[in-house]
Design a protein around this ligand. Structure first.
Ligand code: GLP
Length: 246
């Protein structure tokens, strides 16, 4: 795992964008794995700027998102469909037919998982996967205890994840209880992975990740089983690692 530490969120986001754009310049038909949450918003802002400022085109790019809440209609303000439209897709020249996000309103979420995994096989492999990290070490919605051999599956969100995400909803009772998420195995099939962590709230998680202990209790630790992972952190998220090392 390559660890890159930046002064702040802006610098970290800018660097992540440079890596994504380098991937697209290398292969304009790249398949990107995309994440939601607060963390990648800065990256997406930079990618939007890159369309005009650097002439980057997403015309032939495909994207596969990590997860979606179950029970939120696509047009709900907090669905990951809406998040991706507002924070990226509406502002770049991507064809919406080339973007994939699980359908959280499927009458059979289990069948949707199978369909989504088939999509990944057909469209993929993912050339470059973007990840954030939950404060409990989750990646996508793979909560602690997730099987490392997991493919796309239905997950019940743990209390801490619902609390973390309650800031986006009127109250915690409005946060969905379940989600569809790509699995650990689905994520590790990506050719390259970038994990971004920013802010003090992620400092414990980054410290745990960099302890290199691989454990089912901390899903992000499975990234140590992949040979091309770049961790992009800002000083706040790296703070506990530095303190311990001095
Ligand atoms: C969310 C998403 C993850 C994301 C994580 C951290 O619930 N399912 O993909 O990485 O939690 O979110 P944030 O970046 O807002 O801290």
């Amino acid at each position: 795992m390559k660890v890159l530490v930046f002064d702040n969120y802006e610098a970290a986001s800018e660097h992540a964008a440079q890596l994504v754009e380098a991937q697209i310049l290398e292969n304009n038909q790249s398949v990107l794995g995309l994440a939601t949450g607060s963390t990648p918003i800065g990256l997406y802002k930079n990618l939007i700027e890159g369309v005009k400022a650097r002439g980057i085109s997403y015309k032939n790019v495909s994207t596969i998102n990590l997860d979606e809440y179950i029970g939120l209609p696509r047009e709900h303000s907090e669905s990951y469909h809406t998040f991706m439209a507002e924070n990226l897709f509406n502002h770049i020249d991507i064809s919406i037919d080339n973007t994939y996000i699980p359908d959280g309103m499927s009458p059979s979420p289990e069948e949707e998982c199978v369909r989504y995994e088939e999509n990944m096989d057909r469209v993929g492999p993912i050339d470059l996967q973007i990840l954030g990290i939950g404060s409990n070490g989750h990646i996508a919605f793979n909560e602690p205890g997730t099987d490392p051999d997991s493919l796309t599956h239905v997950v019940e969100l743990v209390a801490s994840t619902r609390e973390d995400n309650a800031r986006f909803f009127p109250s915690i009772d409005d946060v969905p209880t379940h989600a569809i998420t790509t699995g650990i195995k689905s994520i590790l099939r990506s050719k390259k992975i970038i994990l971004i962590a920013s802010g003090k709230g992620k400092a414990e998680a980054v410290k745990q990740l960099l302890s290199k202990e691989i454990s089912q209790d901390f899903p992000a630790s499975y990234l140590w089983n992949h040979n091309d992972v770049t961790l992009i952190v800002d000083q706040d998220a790296y703070a506990l690692v530095q303190t311990e090392g001095q």
